[in-house]
Design a binder for this molecule. Structure first.
Ligand code: PLP
Length: 384
């Protein structure tokens, strides 16, 4: 198997797996229970939260644990007041569906991206009104790997807040960012980014699936989506997923140690892959994570390529895994101006821990062979 879909899922790393094991059996206690072994589990859980928070320059008490990034993104939008105006929310048009759907449900307006996939800051400025309460811009896009200039977005927000203050407009204006794809490849600091809310995802950084976290600044007032026993400071009730959080902390801490070396490694592997590949157009040329390559084989059907490549043991994607399962056209590739035919012919390759140089050469050889065969088939019978 040559796995080139690390943006969809990563295998749990050994350190995380080992760290989690005791909490399934011996250390099974409910952290809310009153006896000593349970208190010890509660302490381990808090320590794991501290470690996750530490990875983004925050404190454990600043984060709320959720069952994944989807829930963290949904929770972030509860900062928008109940009596919000029509244009309370702005979000980047290329956001993951877990942001887009909730933003749209609140009547949010989409901010445009440039053809590079980077936010159009002029469009953002033009769309902020006195009703805007929250702006959501992911740190890295999950289909293109595009890295957004969040500090510049934060600077615009600061200017707007100053102006509002001068004019006596009291409405909050908060910046949320979904950093699901970034924690193992970027040195993230909430202060440096200037975010009020930040989503993290264990499943993308070699931790267990179904675990996420939302960093919440002191200025942000959330409303719980899940109520009950009052865990997570009343913001996310339910018995804590101790093993999951311990695994996430171990994976995130490990990932943080290797950011620099991983970036260099993926840059080199991507170079090998792109050098060996033929007959494609690289879509994400700039401002992108080192492990993402989006290739367009215009005139071919990428869905068919995914299937043919799987037969040869190479696993790739046409875009977000959740969009692929619904068979919908990528809103991200449409947003950067690709034609329907270019979107239909685009493959996303995402490298990771399972990738090495030998695999890159082999993957390129197989992809070249499959693409050449497909081109010949399509040229022979264009309507097929
Ligand atoms: N946000 C981004 C950028 C993602 O890539 C994903 C997962 O693909 C999610 C959110 C949702 O994560 P989960 O399905 O783990 O809740």
């Amino acid at each position: 198997m040559i796995y080139l879909d690390h943006a969809a899922a990563t295998p749990v790393c050994r350190k995380a797996l080992e760290a989690m094991k005791p909490y399934f059996a011996e250390e099974f206690f409910n952290p809310s229970a009153a006896y000593l072994p349970a208190k010890s589990v509660a302490a381990d859980y808090e320590q794991a939260k501290n470690e996750i928070a530490h990875c983004v320059g925050a404190k454990g008490s600043d984060i709320v644990i959720t069952a994944g990034a989807t829930e963290a993104n949904n929770l972030a939008f509860t900062v928008v007041g109940r009596n919000h105006g029509k244009a309370a929310v702005l979000y980047l048009e290329t956001e993951h569906d877990s942001v887009r759907c909730v933003a749209e449900s609140l009547g949010g307006a989409a901010v445009k991206v440039l053809s590079s996939g980077v936010i159009d800051l002029a469009d953002l400025k033009g769309k902020i009104t006195d009703e805007t309460e929250m702006i959501s811009v992911s740190l890295c896009n999950n289909e293109l790997g595009t890295i957004q200039p969040l500090a510049e977005v934060a600077a615009i927000i600061r200017e707007v807040k100053m102006d509002r203050m001068k004019r006596g407009v009291k409405r909050q204006l908060l910046l949320h960012s979904d950093a699901s794809q970034a924690l193992n490849l970027m040195d993230i600091s909430v202060a440096r980014l200037g975010v009020d809310l930040l989503t993290l995802n264990s499943a993308k950084v070699y931790g267990p699936k179904g675990v996420g976290a939302l960093y919440v600044s002191h200025d942000a007032r959330l409303r719980p989506l899940v109520v009950g026993g009052g865990q997570e400071q009343g913001l996310r009730s339910g018995t804590e997923n101790v093993s999951g959080v311990i695994g996430f902390a171990a994976a995130a801490t490990e990932a943080k140690k290797h950011i620099k070396s991983n970036r260099l490694k993926y840059r080199e592997l991507k170079r090998i892959l792109l050098d060996d590949l033929q007959g494609y157009e690289l879509i994400n040329k700039k401002h992108t994570l080192d492990n993402f390559a989006v290739l367009c084989y215009n005139g071919l059907d990428a869905e068919r390529l995914v299937f043919l490549l799987e037969e040869r043991g190479v696993y790739v994607a046409t875009g977000a895994a959740c969009a692929a399962s619904k068979g919908v056209r990528s809103h991200v590739l449409a947003a950067i101006g690709l034609s329907d035919s270019e979107i239909a012919g685009s493959l996303r390759l995402s490298l990771g821990e399972l990738s090495d140089a030998e695999q890159m050469h082999a993957a390129a050889r197989i992809i070249n062979e499959v693409v050449t065969k497909e081109r010949a088939r399509v040229d022979e019978n264009p309507s097929a």
